[in-house]
Write a protein that binds this ligand. Structure first.
Ligand code: NAP
Length: 234
């Protein structure tokens, strides 16, 4: 039997690298997507994964990567950027929105569509979109929400990603492709200063992503889950 194959975008560090490691430990063939070739090779080797040069904003790179993968069981859309933490929306330039959306939203559409033929060849295809609880409009409109009026480029990009999760789940239901979004919780990574200063273990978030990657055929699709498996309101 051939090993299952997963592609994790933005997997040269942070949560993505932990997801790649967990899947590799299960004996999967893991493609570590990285926009820096040397960094991808450096992190992939120790975990027994394969580096793939993949900038999710680069159509040519996406097409070249997709051409090398015949069958894909799991796609984890993990690559993301956060440029406006703590900045009020009234002081956030449209360029920051554009750059954020290029990676966090348009990049997901481009990568997902490019790898659909390979996903359709899998017996149990799954797509996991790494979103954020800060993208929940229900939570954002609650009285205790900490980021009121700030971090709007990033948060709205994750709200858009949540919407895409529902639309892809509907569009791909007949293909048996399950598509879900994950809120990983605040984790100590290079994403932004708040994340870097936190004590959240990125490996714990990765375990939540792997749970969605391994959903059984009667599992949910088009839903939003926290890292611990509890539902997150849209
Ligand atoms: N950490 C948290 O607290 C937290 C909370 C909620 C959601 N998230 C989400 O979790 C995901 C992973 O973030 P993280 O916390 O692990 O941060 P991270 O360590 O900064 O990882 C993000 C990864 O995305 C890659 N990336 C950025 N732009 C890319 C592009 N255009 N093409 C390909 N890769 C690109 C980065 O590559 P380089 O190494 O080349 O920069 C990096 O490997 C993101 O979607 C983030 O929004 C994180």
């Amino acid at each position: 039997m051939t090993a299952s194959t997963a592609l994790v975008t933005g997997a040269a560090g942070g949560i993505g690298l932990r997801i790649a490691r967990l899947l590799a430990e299960r004996g999967w063939k893991v493609l570590v997507g990285a926009r820096d070739e040397a960094k991808g090779a450096e992190v992939a080797a120790p975990i027994g994964a394969c580096p793939v040069l993949l900038d999710v904003t680069d159509a040519g790179a996406i097409a070249r990567a997709a051409a090398t993968v015949r069958e894909l069981d799991v796609l984890v859309n993990n690559a993301g950027i956060s440029l406006d933490a703590g900045v009020p929306v009234t002081e956030t330039g449209v360029d920051v929105f554009r750059r954020t959306y290029e990676t966090n939203v348009f990049g997901v559409v481009a990568v997902t569509n490019a790898f659909l033929p390979a996903l359709r060849r899998s017996a149990h295809p799954r797509i996991v979109n790494i979103s954020s609880g800060t993208g929940s409009l229900t939570w954002a409109t609650g009285p205790q929400f900490p980021h009121r009026g700030t971090h709007a480029a990033y948060r709205s990009s994750k709200a858009a990603l949540n919407a895409l999760t529902v639309y892809y789940a509907h569009a791909l239901a007949d293909d048996g492709i399950k598509v879900n979004a994950l809120a990983p919780g605040l984790r100590r990574t290079d994403l932004n200063a708040t994340a870097a200063a936190s004590d959240g273990d990125p490996a714990e978030a990765a375990a939540g992503a792997v749970r969605l990657a391994l959903l059984p055929d009667d599992g949910p699709s088009g839903e939003f889950f926290s890292w611990d498996g509890t539902p997150v309101p849209w």
